[in-house]
Design a protein around this ligand. Structure first.
Ligand code: 8DG
Length: 128
């Protein structure tokens, strides 16, 4: 699962390390669910491990199944708000950015994220 974390009209994106799969692509923070964990538990755990942050989960977006050449995944996105805005610590990413939807085209996302970005854009636009 992954988190679209909002703060002050922006949301957080993170760049994957070069040495990993999908290296240097930008993604939403998150990771894999471990045995016995709910999606929500896993999200809170991953965000604490990766960024040292706590969030409130606002709503789920539609899960995306995507088959890459060498692996497949179910990407389950959640819209969240940041609860504590201490200094963000990046433990597992190359870089972090708070961006607006207008800026998104400048960042290269994994293919699985394309439907997520589309749904999120529609969601935000319909709130105006
Ligand atoms: N967190 C996150 N992962 C994404 C997104 N889009 C996307 O295709 N993925 C892929 C990348 C990873 O292969 C997988 C997330 O699992 P992970 O974060 O635990 O995997 P990882 O690459 O850090 O570790 P590894 O198991 O590949 O060694 O999902 C996204 O927006 N956020």
């Amino acid at each position: 699962m992954c988190a679209i974390i909002e703060r002050d009209g922006r949301f957080l994106i993170a760049q994957r390390p070069a040495r990993k799969s999908l290296g240097l692509k930008w993604e939403f923070p998150g990771g894999k669910v471990e045995a016995g964990e709910s999606d929500c538990d896993a999200l809170h755990r991953e965000l604490m491990e990766e960024l040292q942050i706590r969030v409130r989960i606002v709503e789920p977006l539609t899960p995306v199944f995507h088959a890459y050449e060498d692996f497949s995944l179910d990407l389950i996105p959640f819209r969240c708000t940041l609860l504590e805005s201490g200094r963000l610590e990046s433990h597992e990413h190359e870089a972090l950015r708070w961006i607006t939807l207008d800026e998104i085209d400048a960042f290269d996302f994994p293919e699985a994220d394309i439907p997520v970005l589309e749904e999120y854009r529609n969601m935000v636009n319909s709130e105006w």
